[in-house]
Write a protein that binds this ligand. Sequence first.
Ligand code: M6R
Length: 612
Amino acid sequence: MCGIVGYLGFQDPKKVIVEGLKRLEYRGYDSAGIAVIHDNKIKTVRAEGKLKALEDKLATENFNGHLGIGHTRWATHGAPVEKNAHPHRVGEISIVHNGIIENYLDIKRELLDRGAKINSDTDSELVAHLINEEVLKTQNLFQAVQKTLGRLVGAFSIVVIWEKSPDELVAFKDGPPLIVGLGDKENFIISDVQAALQYTKNYVYLEDREIVHIQNKEVRYFSADAKPIEKKVNHLNWGTEQIEKMGFKHFMLKEIYEQPRAVAAAIQPHLNPETHQIEIKNLNFKSSSKEVFNKIERILFVACGTSYYAALVGKYLIEKTSRVPVDVDVASEFRYRQPIIQKNTLVVTISQSGETADTLAALRLAKDLNTHTLSITNVPQSSIDREAEGHLYMNSGVEVGVASTKAFTSTLALLNLLALEIAKARGHLTVAAENQAVKNLLAVPSQLETVLAFDKYFSEAAEKLKEFKGFLYLGRGVSYPIAMEGALKLKELAYLHAEGYAAGEMKHGPLALIDSRMAIVVVAPTDDLIEKTVSNLQEAKARGGKIISIGTGENEALKSMSEYYLSLPVADWMTNPLIATVPLQLMAYHLADSLGLDVDQPRNLAKSVTVE
Ligand code: M6R
């Protein structure tokens, strides 16, 4: 969590840093701040709340210079108030920090014993004290940072400036991402490439325990023990339209509308439109993917949040098509329960950001247990992507809205492909079935367009939802995780209590919740379980339940029992989850928007959860 920007170049650092922080605000928006060296003095401006508050303060400031650091915060240690906002200034040093210093209490005690004056409740300020003590001794910023690192335990990325050296930035990563953007006569240190995308397409991704030292125009990399290292420069082909709203009211709405294109971009590299066959490209396992898929005896998905719900869909898809047992784990649970991973297990981590701390830790654990790993990520060169053995890319483009939308449907499309490819490798897929499945997948982008064209009905349905105080989202089979995803969207966007439930479980408890203020939102596209779902709804309806249903075409049975019925185009059971997701996203979006809530940046959340 938290977004960091460091800048050294010819432009006004205030402007570059604030622009960068705007792109990183999805990582946290509790407070923001900036420190710039102007006339050999560090000027610091910090503000509680969103970046806008900082911008308002900066409007009356005249300092400029050419070096600075900035930060947008998701609070961990210390309340989200100005004194805890970054950058933290101590003596001649100013730092921004992302992550957690686990031994902060020991450091604090030690500093207090030495008479230090501590001004904030953060662990970050303590690091600034340590570096300042060192720089006073060594008069060398690089050495001061390098020496301090040995004192810190935890997961953290930091960028440091020194008042006496207005052409120098030192940064270190051990955990949360830190990327160096290499521009023309200017360089950047950032938490995510989005922060510098308008200035450069060339990036160096720091690995854990690496230091970058930028002095004037020279950029050098070192290991934590100060040995010089060579780093690869990656060229990224993303346009700036990815980080603009392009006329939409919110990024989330834009991203919902991008889904036809995003899904097409996810599947196209792996489909042959002429033969209608699947050829998953560049999985990059150490042995051939056919061999891996043939040999595996179990698949284990590990993910968080929306990515976890996508993984649950993957379980249904893979078990049914290829008969390989699949388990799904929440990453934060997986990593601490001493999981049993038998030989020939494939561990698949799903993460839009590729940086979620728990998912990354789960991947590392799987690697330690010597198993095949595959990552499904949206951000190439993210930590999870770099560390997994095999790779699949969502290709969704930048997802800015904190609520995940297009990354979810793109992942579902990839899971369709993965299920089919595994089934094929194990002899469970006839050529005819493969051809049909490919046609079904190729039809999804236009089916998504059709669903999006019904947006006004989802907006009307959202108005209906306003009457209720609680929400049960129901589904069966592959629609069950979609119901859970729908409930999550409503919770995080509209701050309303919603639960995703297996429709068949209603009579085992949740039926007791039914009254006139409890809405039942049911995901019920036509498949082999539709009649069972309708029966479950009868039970709820008989007890006064109010139903909002999403079904295929004109499903009269569903329609007749629903307060509001939303129609989906006809699709296959494997692709239904993709199109059934859109109404849920749009209902949550419209409801939150009409309540005047901040759709792109819901309270208390951050997009990239890089702390556990
Ligand atoms: O980047 P990841 O896919 O690993 O993120 C996982 C979750 O933090 C994320 O899906 C979160 O639940 C979203 N806010 C859901 O909309």
